[in-house]
Design a protein around this ligand. Structure first.
Ligand code: G1P
Ligand code: ZN
Length: 543
């Protein structure tokens, strides 16, 4: 087997976004595209020589081919060993866990998360560091800098590795270990939650529907829920991962998981419903006739954490991304623990978790997690909820009603305008930015602006500063409007408008969120002129 040094040229636009490099699959399949980026990962992190990595992905189109390329490149770059999930599959949280359990130098995850997959859809590659979390901004900036000067990459001349069989083999001088993608992850879950209680819950007739959305959590949910915990066969649906996610959009929200929503709002709905995304790090929680927003879910998990073995000793602190609703802040205040507000993206939680400042963290985009790994974790959130329900012996509707009665309700919604002309989206942000300073004290659509700024984050652990993380307008009475442009989109710009209103009146806890947010929605239009600037009559997706 020979190692080639392949001459190449820098490829523009290989800047990792909110979560790794994501592009249309045909872009990733262009000559040298994947290779350049992988070489930049190795070069940007001190070289691969002698290192051990974890490799896996969500099974989307090109996952299998990309895995073989990455293995040949790791071998050519002198890596000592790569631990790969069988058939190159690993959910993102399972990859994070393996990196940590095995003490590796990091891992490469092939995924574009909740974005559709297929020959004309999206693909992505992300590097996670030795703590199991997404590389920090400093590291991704270094990788990006390397992509701009790269002149060659290294490639081993070799046949494909058989990744369908568990066990050890070699590729050139590099060791390869193919592992069961589920086993270590399941062991971790069993160490966190009361599996006996969960078994008893299902044995007692508790009915659940888990929609794996034809994505990577299918095998995990089947093994854990139906296998170990004894939920009836058929509890997990769409459990077979497919390269194009069954032609769907593997994003667990009421829009894309509509069939689950229909099931959960039917007459004979099960007790509990849940879904996860392409790579298994997002979650959707829905009770019988009760959708739980991700922001509320984080708050409920925090408020009930001590019911779960792993968190019985209490939480060190909580963290949420800035656009996430302030529901968890209210729980933290009552518990007397710290609540951190970070920029969007899981990478910002890593330092807080590593430093033991936060135990739970979450984002409004269906991401919830804890210090058990360094990624958000879909199935973990589902098991957390099940453990709480098993202890509280109450339906989800009751858990939510109790929560709002105690803490108030933060009505919340996100309006997305997708594939907007980039120049128009930037002009909109510029126009709002120009108003920010003058907004405080002004009345807009019946609300009074209390404060407004462009969010910047000073990491309390490493002192780094991240600027330009979203425009926010706070209203008197606890309402809030946040505007930012997506960092994960692959087409034009996606404008995200985050809307929040606080309600403390016990009589007004069951309103339609879009109605409860009416004033804030009107204020968003008044401040940002969204319709005129985007040329759209309304949002493409409302969550
Ligand atoms: C989106 C979500 C963000 C999440 C990221 C990766 O990023 O909004 O919360 O961390 O996907 O899953 P965005 O497209 O908004 O930059
Ligand atoms: Zn994801």
């Amino acid at each position: 087997m020979r190692i080639h040094t392949v001459p190449t040229q820098p490829i523009a636009g290989q800047k990792p976004g909110t979560s790794g490099l994501r592009k249309k699959t045909p872009v990733f399949m262009q000559p040298h595209y994947l290779e350049n980026f992988v070489q930049a990962i190795f070069d940007g992190t001190g070289g691969a020589a002698g290192k051990t990595y974890v490799l896996g992905g969500d099974g989307r189109y090109f996952n299998d081919r990309a895995a073989q390329v990455i293995l040949r490149m790791a071998a050519a770059n002198g890596a000592a060993k790569v631990i790969v999930g069988r058939n190159a599959l690993l959910s993102t949280p399972a990859a994070s866990n393996l990196i940590r359990q095995r003490g590796t130098d990091g891992g490469i995850i092939m995924s574009a998360s909740h974005n559709p997959g297929g020959p004309n859809e999206d693909f992505g590659v992300k590097f996670n560091g030795p703590n199991g979390g997404p590389a920090s901004e400093t590291v991704t900036e270094t990788i990006f800098a390397v992509t701009k000067t790269l002149t060659e990459y290294r490639m081993l001349d070799a046949q494909d590795v058989d990744l369908s069989r568990l066990g050890s083999s070699t590729l050139g001088a590099m060791a390869i270990e193919v592992v069961d993608p589920v086993a270590d992850y399941e062991a971790l879950m069993a160490s966190l939650f009361d599996f006996d209680k969960l078994r008893a819950l299902f044995a007692g007739g508790f009915r659940m529907r888990f929609d794996a959305m034809h994505a990577v959590t299918g095998p995990y949910a089947k093994a854990i829920l139906e296998g170990t915990l004894g939920a009836p066969a058929g509890t997990v649906v769409n459990a077979e991962p497919s390269p194009d996610f069954g032609g769907g959009h593997p994003d667990p929200n009421p829009i894309w998981a509509k069939t689950l929503m229909d099931t959960m709002y039917a007459e004979d709905a099960p007790d509990f419903g849940a879904a996860s995304d392409g790579d298994g790090d997002r979650n959707m929680i829905v009770g019988r006739h009760a959708y739980v927003t991700p922001s509320d879910s984080l708050a409920v998990l925090a408020a009930n954490a001590t019911l779960v073995p792993a968190y019985a000793g209490g939480l060190k602190g909580v963290a949420r991304s800035m656009p996430t609703s302030q529901a968890v802040d209210r729980v933290a205040a009552q518990l007397g623990i710290a609540c951190y507000e970070t920029p969007t993206g899981w990478k910002f939680f890593g330092n807080l978790l590593d430093a033991g400042r936060a135990t739970l963290c979450g984002e409004e985009s269906a991401g919830t997690g804890s210090d058990h790994v360094r990624e958000k974790d879909g199935l973990w959130a589902v098991l957390f909820w099940l453990n709480i329900l098993a202890e509280r012996k109450a339906p989800v509707t009751q858990v939510m009603a109790d929560h709002w009665a105690r803490y108030g309700r933060n009505y919340y919604s996100r309006h997305d305008y997708e594939a907007v002309d980039s120049a128009a989206a930037n002009a909109l942000m510029d126009a709002v930015r120009a108003q920010i300073e003058g907004l405080p004290g002004r009345a807009v659509a019946g609300l009074t602006v209390e404060a407004a700024d462009e969010f910047a984050y000073d990491d309390p652990v490493d002192g780094s500063r991240s600027e330009g993380q979203g425009l926010r307008v706070m209203f008197e009475g606890g309402g809030r409007l946040v505007l930012r442009l997506s960092g994960t989109g692959t087409e034009g710009a996606t404008l995200r408008v985050y809307l929040e209103a606080l309600e403390n009146d016990p009589e007004r806890m069951a309103l339609d969120p879009q109605l409860a947010l009416g004033d804030v929605i009107a204020a968003a239009e008044a401040i940002a002129g969204i319709k005129a600037r985007t040329g759209r009559g309304g949002p493409d997706v409302i969550t």
